[in-house]
Unconditional design. Structure first.
Length: 99
């Protein structure tokens, strides 16, 4: 099976940048660990996008280890679309209009 590329929604990219800068302002080591965890998560999503249970409209949720964030994504025909990099304790479901 061919590996599908990631497509990151512009708002999800902004969320990633904001979270990374938040960690950088507080602790560079934590920021590096957060970036590494995001890389690990993205690699797992690319390798096995159907591994996590499906939610509304085919969306799926990958919860990061050691950080209060989840990646919401969906697999489309040609890409894996990252919809949100959402903080686990803020505004649940805010990203659903991106579906």
């Amino acid at each position: 099976m061919a590996v599908k590329p990631l497509e990151i929604h512009p708002s999800a990219l902004e969320e990633l940048k904001f979270a990374l800068s938040w960690y950088l302002e507080r602790n560079e080591a934590a920021a590096l660990k957060f970036a590494a965890e995001l890389d690990r998560a993205m690699d797992l999503l690319i390798a096995a996008p159907q591994r996590w249970p499906a939610g509304e409209h085919g969306s799926r949720k990958f919860v990061l280890r050691r950080f209060p964030f989840a990646i919401f994504y969906r697999e489309k025909q040609a890409v894996i679309q990252v919809l949100a990099i959402a903080h686990g304790h803020r505004r649940p479901g805010y990203w659903k209009d991106r579906l």
